[in-house]
Design a protein around this ligand. Structure first.
Ligand SMILES: [Zn+2]
Length: 280
Protein backbone atom coordinates (compact mmCIF):
# COMPACT_ATOMS: atom_id res chain seq x y z
CA UNK A 1 0.00 0.00 0.00
CA UNK A 2 1.24 3.47 -0.82
CA UNK A 3 0.14 6.93 -1.85
CA UNK A 4 -0.65 7.42 -5.55
CA UNK A 5 -0.24 11.15 -6.01
CA UNK A 6 -1.75 12.98 -9.00
CA UNK A 7 0.17 12.83 -12.31
CA UNK A 8 3.44 14.73 -12.15
CA UNK A 9 3.33 15.08 -8.36
CA UNK A 10 5.99 13.40 -6.26
CA UNK A 11 5.62 14.84 -2.75
CA UNK A 12 2.40 15.68 -0.91
CA UNK A 13 2.71 18.62 1.48
CA UNK A 14 0.17 19.10 4.25
CA UNK A 15 0.30 22.40 6.07
CA UNK A 16 -1.78 21.58 9.12
CA UNK A 17 -3.04 24.77 10.68
CA UNK A 18 -3.92 24.01 14.29
CA UNK A 19 -6.41 26.70 15.28
CA UNK A 20 -6.17 26.24 19.05
CA UNK A 21 -6.91 29.85 20.10
CA UNK A 22 -7.68 29.89 23.87
CA UNK A 23 -7.90 26.16 24.26
CA UNK A 24 -4.19 25.25 24.05
CA UNK A 25 -3.49 27.50 27.04
CA UNK A 26 -6.43 26.17 29.04
CA UNK A 27 -6.27 22.50 28.11
CA UNK A 28 -2.57 21.78 27.68
CA UNK A 29 -0.98 24.27 30.06
CA UNK A 30 -3.78 24.94 32.58
CA UNK A 31 -3.41 28.69 31.96
CA UNK A 32 -6.49 30.88 31.59
CA UNK A 33 -5.32 34.31 32.73
CA UNK A 34 -6.05 37.26 30.43
CA UNK A 35 -2.60 37.49 28.88
CA UNK A 36 -2.50 33.85 27.76
CA UNK A 37 -6.06 34.04 26.44
CA UNK A 38 -5.10 37.17 24.49
CA UNK A 39 -2.37 35.18 22.74
CA UNK A 40 -5.08 32.82 21.55
CA UNK A 41 -7.24 35.77 20.54
CA UNK A 42 -4.34 37.10 18.44
CA UNK A 43 -4.40 33.80 16.56
CA UNK A 44 -8.09 34.16 15.78
CA UNK A 45 -8.20 37.86 14.99
CA UNK A 46 -4.82 38.36 13.29
CA UNK A 47 -3.26 34.99 12.51
CA UNK A 48 -6.26 33.39 10.78
CA UNK A 49 -6.87 36.18 8.22
CA UNK A 50 -3.12 36.38 7.49
CA UNK A 51 -2.91 32.63 6.88
CA UNK A 52 -6.08 32.51 4.80
CA UNK A 53 -4.82 35.33 2.63
CA UNK A 54 -1.41 33.63 2.16
CA UNK A 55 -3.02 30.28 1.30
CA UNK A 56 -5.37 31.97 -1.16
CA UNK A 57 -2.52 33.72 -2.97
CA UNK A 58 -0.72 30.39 -3.46
CA UNK A 59 -3.89 28.43 -4.22
CA UNK A 60 -3.36 26.14 -1.23
CA UNK A 61 -6.20 24.33 0.52
CA UNK A 62 -5.26 22.60 3.70
CA UNK A 63 -6.44 20.94 6.89
CA UNK A 64 -7.33 23.04 9.92
CA UNK A 65 -7.21 20.97 13.10
CA UNK A 66 -9.61 22.89 15.29
CA UNK A 67 -10.78 22.17 18.84
CA UNK A 68 -14.55 22.52 19.27
CA UNK A 69 -13.89 25.23 21.89
CA UNK A 70 -12.46 27.46 19.14
CA UNK A 71 -15.52 26.95 16.90
CA UNK A 72 -17.80 28.14 19.71
CA UNK A 73 -15.58 30.98 20.93
CA UNK A 74 -14.46 32.43 17.58
CA UNK A 75 -17.32 31.36 15.33
CA UNK A 76 -16.95 34.09 12.72
CA UNK A 77 -13.24 33.43 12.23
CA UNK A 78 -13.92 29.72 12.08
CA UNK A 79 -16.56 30.27 9.41
CA UNK A 80 -14.06 32.25 7.32
CA UNK A 81 -11.91 29.09 7.19
CA UNK A 82 -14.87 27.03 5.98
CA UNK A 83 -15.62 29.71 3.39
CA UNK A 84 -12.04 29.35 2.11
CA UNK A 85 -12.79 25.72 1.22
CA UNK A 86 -10.41 24.20 3.76
CA UNK A 87 -10.83 20.88 5.54
CA UNK A 88 -11.62 20.72 9.26
CA UNK A 89 -10.19 17.86 11.33
CA UNK A 90 -11.02 16.97 14.93
CA UNK A 91 -8.53 18.33 17.45
CA UNK A 92 -10.24 17.69 20.76
CA UNK A 93 -13.04 19.45 22.58
CA UNK A 94 -10.98 21.99 24.56
CA UNK A 95 -7.42 20.80 23.77
CA UNK A 96 -7.79 18.29 26.58
CA UNK A 97 -4.66 16.45 27.78
CA UNK A 98 -5.62 13.07 26.33
CA UNK A 99 -3.17 10.80 28.22
CA UNK A 100 -4.46 12.19 31.53
CA UNK A 101 -8.15 11.57 30.82
CA UNK A 102 -9.72 9.01 33.09
CA UNK A 103 -12.70 6.65 33.00
CA UNK A 104 -15.18 7.49 30.27
CA UNK A 105 -13.96 11.11 29.97
CA UNK A 106 -12.16 10.47 26.67
CA UNK A 107 -15.23 8.89 25.09
CA UNK A 108 -17.51 11.64 26.44
CA UNK A 109 -15.27 14.42 25.08
CA UNK A 110 -15.04 12.65 21.71
CA UNK A 111 -18.85 12.42 21.54
CA UNK A 112 -19.17 16.10 22.47
CA UNK A 113 -16.53 17.07 19.89
CA UNK A 114 -18.34 15.20 17.11
CA UNK A 115 -21.67 16.73 18.11
CA UNK A 116 -20.09 20.19 17.80
CA UNK A 117 -18.58 19.31 14.40
CA UNK A 118 -22.12 18.45 13.26
CA UNK A 119 -23.31 21.83 14.49
CA UNK A 120 -20.48 24.12 13.33
CA UNK A 121 -19.06 22.27 10.31
CA UNK A 122 -22.19 20.46 9.21
CA UNK A 123 -20.45 17.10 8.97
CA UNK A 124 -18.26 14.64 10.81
CA UNK A 125 -14.48 14.96 10.51
CA UNK A 126 -12.62 12.26 8.58
CA UNK A 127 -9.40 12.82 10.50
CA UNK A 128 -8.16 13.38 14.03
CA UNK A 129 -5.15 15.12 15.49
CA UNK A 130 -4.72 14.62 19.20
CA UNK A 131 -4.17 17.82 21.20
CA UNK A 132 -0.43 17.92 22.02
CA UNK A 133 0.00 14.67 20.07
CA UNK A 134 -0.51 11.91 22.59
CA UNK A 135 -2.92 9.04 23.13
CA UNK A 136 -4.25 6.78 25.86
CA UNK A 137 -4.27 3.02 25.26
CA UNK A 138 -7.90 3.43 24.16
CA UNK A 139 -7.54 6.30 21.67
CA UNK A 140 -6.78 4.24 18.59
CA UNK A 141 -9.76 1.91 19.10
CA UNK A 142 -12.02 4.91 19.86
CA UNK A 143 -10.99 6.49 16.54
CA UNK A 144 -11.85 3.22 14.77
CA UNK A 145 -15.18 2.96 16.57
CA UNK A 146 -16.18 6.54 15.71
CA UNK A 147 -15.41 5.99 12.04
CA UNK A 148 -12.29 8.08 11.58
CA UNK A 149 -10.23 7.29 8.48
CA UNK A 150 -6.93 8.87 9.41
CA UNK A 151 -4.97 10.26 12.33
CA UNK A 152 -2.06 12.68 12.46
CA UNK A 153 -0.57 12.56 15.97
CA UNK A 154 2.08 9.80 16.05
CA UNK A 155 5.72 9.76 15.08
CA UNK A 156 6.62 6.22 13.99
CA UNK A 157 7.75 7.30 10.49
CA UNK A 158 8.57 10.67 8.94
CA UNK A 159 7.43 10.90 5.31
CA UNK A 160 5.45 7.68 4.87
CA UNK A 161 1.92 7.13 6.10
CA UNK A 162 1.43 3.86 8.00
CA UNK A 163 -1.09 1.81 9.93
CA UNK A 164 -0.17 2.12 13.62
CA UNK A 165 -0.09 -0.95 15.87
CA UNK A 166 -1.09 -0.77 19.53
CA UNK A 167 1.87 -1.47 21.81
CA UNK A 168 1.79 -3.55 24.97
CA UNK A 169 4.69 -2.36 27.06
CA UNK A 170 6.89 -5.05 28.53
CA UNK A 171 10.02 -4.31 30.53
CA UNK A 172 12.27 -7.31 30.90
CA UNK A 173 10.42 -9.23 28.20
CA UNK A 174 10.34 -6.38 25.65
CA UNK A 175 7.29 -4.64 24.22
CA UNK A 176 4.94 -6.30 21.73
CA UNK A 177 2.76 -4.99 18.93
CA UNK A 178 -0.91 -5.80 18.29
CA UNK A 179 -2.53 -5.98 14.85
CA UNK A 180 -2.26 -2.92 12.59
CA UNK A 181 -5.14 -0.44 12.87
CA UNK A 182 -7.24 0.36 9.80
CA UNK A 183 -6.63 4.03 10.67
CA UNK A 184 -4.00 5.59 8.39
CA UNK A 185 -1.40 7.58 10.28
CA UNK A 186 0.12 10.73 8.77
CA UNK A 187 3.18 11.12 11.00
CA UNK A 188 4.04 14.41 12.67
CA UNK A 189 7.18 15.66 14.40
CA UNK A 190 7.99 18.33 16.94
CA UNK A 191 10.78 19.32 14.52
CA UNK A 192 8.08 20.33 12.03
CA UNK A 193 5.98 22.40 14.46
CA UNK A 194 6.28 26.15 15.05
CA UNK A 195 4.93 26.15 18.62
CA UNK A 196 7.84 24.70 20.67
CA UNK A 197 10.41 26.86 18.85
CA UNK A 198 8.56 30.11 19.18
CA UNK A 199 6.18 30.27 22.14
CA UNK A 200 7.67 31.65 25.34
CA UNK A 201 5.95 30.17 28.39
CA UNK A 202 7.76 31.31 31.53
CA UNK A 203 9.15 28.35 33.45
CA UNK A 204 7.78 25.88 30.89
CA UNK A 205 9.18 26.57 27.43
CA UNK A 206 12.02 28.87 26.46
CA UNK A 207 10.54 29.63 23.02
CA UNK A 208 11.53 32.87 21.28
CA UNK A 209 13.70 30.73 18.97
CA UNK A 210 15.16 31.83 15.67
CA UNK A 211 12.66 32.04 12.84
CA UNK A 212 15.48 31.47 10.32
CA UNK A 213 16.61 28.28 12.05
CA UNK A 214 13.03 26.97 12.22
CA UNK A 215 12.32 27.56 8.54
CA UNK A 216 15.71 26.16 7.52
CA UNK A 217 14.77 22.97 9.37
CA UNK A 218 11.38 22.81 7.61
CA UNK A 219 13.14 23.40 4.28
CA UNK A 220 15.73 20.68 4.97
CA UNK A 221 12.92 18.21 5.65
CA UNK A 222 11.27 19.22 2.38
CA UNK A 223 14.53 18.90 0.41
CA UNK A 224 15.30 15.48 1.88
CA UNK A 225 11.80 14.13 1.26
CA UNK A 226 11.61 15.57 -2.26
CA UNK A 227 14.88 13.88 -3.24
CA UNK A 228 14.65 10.64 -1.32
CA UNK A 229 11.03 9.73 -0.63
CA UNK A 230 9.06 9.92 -3.88
CA UNK A 231 5.36 9.45 -3.21
CA UNK A 232 5.77 10.59 0.39
CA UNK A 233 4.03 13.19 2.49
CA UNK A 234 5.50 16.06 4.47
CA UNK A 235 3.23 17.19 7.33
CA UNK A 236 4.10 20.62 8.68
CA UNK A 237 2.17 22.00 11.66
CA UNK A 238 1.62 25.71 12.23
CA UNK A 239 -0.53 27.66 14.66
CA UNK A 240 -2.23 30.93 13.66
CA UNK A 241 -1.22 32.50 16.99
CA UNK A 242 2.42 31.54 16.39
CA UNK A 243 3.15 31.63 12.67
CA UNK A 244 0.86 34.69 12.35
CA UNK A 245 3.52 36.92 13.97
CA UNK A 246 5.11 39.30 11.46
CA UNK A 247 8.64 37.84 11.32
CA UNK A 248 7.32 34.30 10.97
CA UNK A 249 4.93 35.33 8.18
CA UNK A 250 7.90 36.59 6.16
CA UNK A 251 9.75 33.29 6.60
CA UNK A 252 6.64 31.21 6.02
CA UNK A 253 5.86 32.89 2.72
CA UNK A 254 9.45 32.32 1.57
CA UNK A 255 9.13 28.63 2.48
CA UNK A 256 5.84 28.24 0.61
CA UNK A 257 7.31 30.06 -2.35
CA UNK A 258 10.34 27.73 -2.31
CA UNK A 259 8.28 24.52 -2.06
CA UNK A 260 5.90 25.77 -4.78
CA UNK A 261 8.84 26.21 -7.17
CA UNK A 262 9.21 22.40 -7.43
CA UNK A 263 6.82 20.99 -10.02
CA UNK A 264 6.30 17.76 -8.07
CA UNK A 265 5.00 19.48 -4.94
CA UNK A 266 1.34 18.80 -4.21
CA UNK A 267 -0.20 20.93 -1.45
CA UNK A 268 -3.37 19.21 -0.29
CA UNK A 269 -5.63 18.64 2.71
CA UNK A 270 -4.92 15.38 4.52
CA UNK A 271 -8.20 13.76 3.45
CA UNK A 272 -7.33 14.41 -0.22
CA UNK A 273 -3.96 12.77 0.39
CA UNK A 274 -5.71 9.90 2.19
CA UNK A 275 -7.89 9.32 -0.89
CA UNK A 276 -4.78 8.47 -2.93
CA UNK A 277 -3.77 5.63 -0.56
CA UNK A 278 -4.16 2.21 -2.17
CA UNK A 279 -2.71 -1.06 -3.40
CA UNK A 280 0.64 -0.81 -5.16
ZN1 LIG B 1 -3.35 22.07 19.12
Amino acid sequence: MSLHLPDGKTLAVSIGADFDAHSVWMGTFGLSSPSYLSRGEFGAEVGVPRLLSLFERYGITTTWCTPAHTMITFTERFESILAGGHEIAAHGCWHEPVPKLEGDQERRLMEKTLELHDKYVGKRPRGYRSPAWDFTDETLSLLEEFGFEWDSSLMGRDFEPYHPKPVTVGWEEGSSFGPASPILEFPVSWFLDDFPVAEYIPGVNQGLGSSEVMFQRFKDHFDYAYRNVPGGVLAITVHPQTIGRAHHMIGFEKLIDYMSSFPGTWFAPLSDIYDTWGED
